[in-house]
Structures are given as C-alpha cells and as structure tokens.
Design a protein around this ligand. Structure first.
Ligand code: MG
Length: 433
C-alpha cells in the first residue's frame, strides 16, 4: 500500500488524511498499547491529533497528549511509552501535514514496523475495544521542561551571547528561546510564536533565511539560529550574517564535540573526510543515519540540518543542536571556524533514465578509473581529488548526478564523464536489442 515515505506519512490536508489518522491511531493503539502524541503548529494538526487519539482510545490504548512540541521533545517523552506519534509535515509547506511514528529510543519506525501498520490499516479489520475497557486520554505536562533539563546536563550556563533566533512560527517557538535564556543568552526572536501560517519558507535553507542573516549581521549578534516546522532540524548563521552551509556545520559539530566516529550520508562533502574522523556513510535520509548510528558512532548528521546525538536519542534533535552551536560560539567566533573548513565546488543535475540499466552503467563508469566504488546508494566513484555519485531518482524517471572536486574544472570533468557513461550505456543497450 506504501503509506509511508522516508519520513513517515505525508500529504495535503484533506478528508483522506483525517480518516487515515484515525486508522493509524487504531493500528498503533492495538500494537503498542501505551502511546504519547504531540503535534507541530500547523492549522490542521489539532484536527489530525484528535482523530488519531480517537483511534488510539478506540483500540483500548492508553494515551498521553504532550501538546505542541518539537519532534525531538516528543521523541524524548516516548521513552516512557510503547511508541510516540508526532503530527507534522516537518519542512513541507503549511497546507501539508503528516504522521511520524517513533520508537521509545527516538528512532523512526523501521520498514518492518511500517509494513505491519500498513497491513493492519489496509485489512480494515481492527475492532474497537469493549466499552468497559476504553481508557481516557491524559494530558502529559512537562515534556518541554524535561527536554531542556536533559540538554542542560551537557552544556554550561552563563554564555553571555547575543543570539538571533528564527523558529518560523513552528514547534520550537517556546522551547528554544527558553533554553537559550537559561544558558545565559540574550535572545532576539523572529517568528517565535505558534502559527500555522508560516511567515517564511519553513525549510531552513539559505534562500528562506534572508531576515535571519540580515538581523544577525546587523545587530552585533554572536550567531543566528533557524529551525524547520517541527525543529528536528537546525541551521545556523555566523556573526557576520553568513549562512553556514550544512556540510560545514556537520564538520564543526564533529570537531568541536571531539567525536571519533561520524555517520553521514553518501553525498555529504568530502571536506569531512579530510578532518581525521572515522566516517561511515549511509543512503540519503535522516532515518538511514539514525539506523546506522545504532551500530555505533558518536554523532550523525545530514547537511540539510538534521543532527543526531545518540547519547540523547536516535531522533534528529534541533534543540540539542542549538545548545551545541551556542556553546561553540561561546568559545570562539563562528566565522573563524567556518572559514577554516574548505568549500569544494559541487555540481548537481539529472538526465533521463530511459533505457539505462544500472549494471551496464556501472561498467561504463569504471572506464573513469576510480580509486574505489560504493553501492550504498546508486554508484559512487571516488577519486584522489573528487567523487561522482550517479543514482536513480526515487520519484521521477531520472538519473541524478552529483560531482564534487578540489576545483571547478575537475568537478565539471567528473560530471561530464558521468553523463557520457549514461549516454554510452543507452547506445550499447540499443545495439544489443
Ligand atoms: Mg523536520
């Protein structure tokens, strides 16, 4: 049935999504018995949350409602429950919403758990509990305070920094200002109130954070911080008002936290490889990073702004990341750290995948004589001075190419080499036919 994408269930808010929330509640309630629920600030979140809670209660489950909280706050609260459910569409536009299912350790439901939920839902055979076994939902107070207290165990107070914070009117609008103030920071807030009408693009990309960059640069602040809608993501701006690219933020976190083993995705920059960490790479997606961290590693992340600290939780934790970057900025100017990390030219693009067979393509690509090849996600060729990743798109009939190298000309050469190999493998196939 394929209800679940890489980040749970997502879609435009409509009648089907409300019906589905009830059914997901029934299925989760049936299997997990004791469930905590939270939501982001979207206009449709309360509706979906109550539909889902109705399902949980109808299945005879116990249910705690934490209210509007970030996904990582809900993930931490889920420790005391059989499962956690977050109503959010993360960084998607405000007309979208979704349902994310979490385990008590903060990790997302794995594919076998998702399959089990899908089978229950599509079978449409889940009965409701007898009337005298139905429970009442309870309000779970204090999830935000618990999250703040957990973070403050690891970071010092008395920072005396000036921080500009843009929560985008999402779920961090309460917790992040409070955390920063308790760490001793003066906080200048932008969009830090709950509203489902996001005043900026809710994904924390450079193009959506113009106001944050301007205010941070012009106000003499030490750093700027932004979240996405459910605050599992965090991105930062240095004291000069420059957006810090995610690859550099990954490297800064890893180095300043003193970690030895880092988990990141296949197409994160090679700059991280040059910094002496033991690196393990996964398929693209924060759930893949989270899964891999269960096999070891001190820190994991995705350059889109998902940072995972496994000593706290396997859920990407944008709030913990705020404390981290603030503590780092308390020691030294962020711009100095940013400028020390090399930024290599990176080219991204795509071409039609019609007639391309991946095995044939791989043998064509081998003519580029790479030092090594990885098949973690598509085909990644590594060279002394760069790399090329060729992978089939999951959503369109396209092959995506990414090339990074020490200089622009070499990145272009790798990219064009990949394009040529794709073209050759199509011609070869036609000749064989
Ligand atoms: Mg998110």
């Amino acid at each position: 049935m394929g209800l679940f994408g890489t980040s749970g269930i997502r879609g435009l808010f409509n009648r089907d999504l409300v019906d589905l929330a009830f059914k997901v509640g029934l299925a989760v309630g049936k299997n997990y018995g004791n469930v905590v629920v939270g939501s982001d600030t979207r206009t449709s979140s309360d509706t979906l949350k109550h539909a889902l809670i109705s399902g949980l209660l109808a299945a005879g489950a116990d249910c705690g409602d934490v209210g509007i909280v970030p996904t990582p706050t809900l993930a931490l609260a889920a420790r005391k429950y059989g499962a956690g459910v977050m109503i959010t569409a993360s960084h998607n536009p405000p007309e979208y919403n979704g349902i994310k299912l979490l385990n008590p350790d903060g990790s997302s439901f794995v594919s076998s758990q998702q399959k089990q939920m899908e089978d229950l839902i599509s079978g449409d055979s889940i009965g409701v509990a007898p009337w005298d076994e139905i429970k009442q939902s309870g309000i779970y107070n204090g999830a935000i305070e618990q999250h703040i207290e957990r973070i403050l165990q690891d970071f010092p107070a008395g920072l005396k920094l000036k921080v500009v914070l843009d929560c985008g009117c999402g779920a961090a609008s309460e917790i992040t200002p409070s955390l920063l103030e308790r760490m001793g920071c003066e906080v200048v807030t932008l969009n830090c109130y709950h509203s489902g009408f996001f005043p900026r693009g809710i994904e924390p990309t450079e193009s959506n954070l113009g106001d944050l960059m301007k205010v941070t640069g012009e106000s003499g602040a030490d750093l700027g911080i932004a979240h996405d809608g459910d605050a599992d993501r965090m991105m930062a701006v240095d004291e000069r008002g420059r957006f810090i690219p995610g690859d550099k933020l990954l490297a800064i976190f890893a180095r300043e936290l003193g970690v030895k083993e880092v988990v990141t995705i296949i197409d994160a920059s090679m700059a991280i490889d040059e910094m002496g960490f033991n690196i393990r790479r996964t398929r693209v997606g924060d759930t893949c990073v989270s899964e891999e961290l269960k096999n070891g590693g001190d820190f994991g992340g995705e350059p889109s702004g998902s940072w995972i600290f496994p000593n706290v939780s396997f859920c990407p934790d944008g709030i913990y990341a705020v404390a981290c970057i603030a503590a780092i900025a308390g020691q030294q100017k962020l711009s100095g750290l940013v400028d020390k990390i090399p930024a290599y030219p990176l080219l991204r693009g795509s071409t039609g995948s019609d007639g391309v067979a991946m095995p044939g393509l791989e043998s064509k690509l081998m003519a580029m004589k790479p030092m090594s090849v990885s098949n973690i996600d598509g085909i990644k060729l590594s060279f002394k001075d760069g790399w090329l990743l060729v992978r089939a798109s999951g959503t369109e009939p396209k092959i995506r190419l990414t090339a990074e190298a020490k200089n622009e000309a070499r990145a272009r050469q790798l990219y064009d080499g990949g394009l040529r190999a794709i073209k050759d493998s199509i011609q070869n196939k036609e000749r064989e036919a």
